[in-house]
Design a binder for this molecule. Structure first.
Ligand code: PLP
Length: 379
């Protein structure tokens, strides 16, 4: 059976990238490798839309999240953490481990809240050093109002720190224009690479705060990486193979163009939403993002069975819900190397599974709604 991967990471890897990562090994202290790192960093700056330093780590995205706490805040310092999903909770878990005093803004999963709440909190607590949130909260499918938050936070001494691990390269995002201070990302989602790379783009305002940080850290000491940036090297063994893949992935992203990509994922998302609606299902997110569509499992349908059937009987790996929404939602990812006919295929399989599970709908309703949008708006 042919396998389709539409989960929110890891995502499919294009064949050009697969070829690049199967090339022979290069030593990481050679001019050839340094040139590759330099080129990769320039490319990442384009993807982040930033002039800031971009650091590359041989870890998954969470390594950069941890670094965005351990390098920035000292024990006892305050941070505002918007908590509305599994990855939002992760910011809180990391902050607590490092003795940060979190001010949680707890929101129901699937919602994004009001930026004005953050503004009021910052006015009331001028000693807050950072605000942490996601660009896209993958566990619920929302997009956060990052641009608005940037306008608010940039007027204060606090830093705006964004986890764009699932959003980067797919969800509209302009780091510098939106006044984001630190943005972290990972390789295995929108960037079409295997897992194993984390990235962090860091503003001057953030570097100034980093100078004052005294938390213990070794491997993820960002100052060390910054120093090595000057010569396009890595403090440790460079992740040679992933750098080769990254160069190819950036080439693909550049040749399409970032803004065209943003528009394309918007269309994929809107096709998914139209299909969901036409099948009589409801969206989970109040402000849906463009890289993953989270759908409520309707009353009377077994959500775990739906996801399992999709994979085992039809070959489609999608995602279920995590933690509190386990069994209650399913998620179709359209980040990275996903195009319109992948959406047609997954909606087709979804209709078959819904029918197996006894959900009543008109055959082809979801497909037809999606196809119409994909035909008209794709270009
Ligand atoms: C996947 C994901 C993470 C975790 O990344 P890892 O690469 O698994 O460490 C964190 N935040 C968001 C928003 C994600 O989608």
């Amino acid at each position: 059976m042919k396998k389709y991967l539409l989960a929110p990471g890891p995502t499919p890897v294009p064949s050009e990238v697969l070829r690049a990562i199967s090339e022979p090994m290069v030593h990481h202290r050679t001019p050839a490798f340094k040139a590759m790192v330099g080129q990769a960093i320039e490319g990442l700056k384009y993807v982040f839309q930033t002039k800031n330093d971009v650091l590359i780590f041989a870890s998954t995205g969470t390594g950069a999240m941890e670094g965005a706490v351990s390098n920035v805040l000292n024990k006892g310092e305050k941070a505002v953490i918007i908590r509305n999903g599994k990855f939002a909770e992760r910011w809180g878990e990391i902050a607590e481990k490092y003795g940060i005093v979190p001010i949680y803004v707890d929101l129901p999963w699937g919602t994004v809240g009001q930026p004005e709440t953050i503004e009021k909190l910052l006015n009331k607590n001028p000693d807050v050093k950072a605000v942490y949130t996601q660009l896209t909260e993958t566990s619920t499918g929302v997009v956060m109002p990052v641009k608005k938050l940037g306008e608010i936070v940039s007027k204060t001494d606090a830093l705006l720190i964004i986890d764009a691990i699932s959003g980067l390269g797919g969800q509209e995002f302009y780091m510098d224009d939106w006044k984001v201070d630190i943005c972290v990302a990972g390789s295995q989602k929108g960037l079409m690479l295997p897992p194993g790379h984390a990235y962090a783009a860091v503003s001057e305002k953030a570097w100034n705060k980093i100078q004052t940080s005294t938390q213990p850290r070794y491997y993820f000491d960002w100052k060390l990486y910054r120093k090595k940036l000057a010569t396009n090297t890595d403090p440790f063994t460079g992740s040679v193979i992933l750098i080769k893949g990254l160069l190819k992935a950036i080439e693909i992203i550049k040749s399409e163009g970032l803004d065209i990509r943003f528009k394309r994922y918007k269309v994929l998302a809107s096709a998914c939403r139209a299909a969901v609606d036409a099948l009589g299902l409801k969206m989970f997110a109040d402000t849906p993002c463009d890289v993953v569509t989270a759908v409520k499992v309707p009353e009377g349908i077994d959500g775990l069975a739906l996801v399992k059937k999709m994979r085992v009987e039809y070959g489609f790996t999608i995602a279920g819900g995590q933690a509190g929404v386990k069994g209650k939602i399913f998620r179709i990812a359209h980040m990275g190397y996903i195009e319109r006919f992948d959406i047609i295929a997954v909606i087709s399989a979804l209709e078959m599974v819904l029918s197996d599970l006894g959900w009543e709908f008109e055959w082809g309703a979801g497909l037809s709604a999606a196809q119409k949008i994909l035909a008209e708006d794709y270009k």
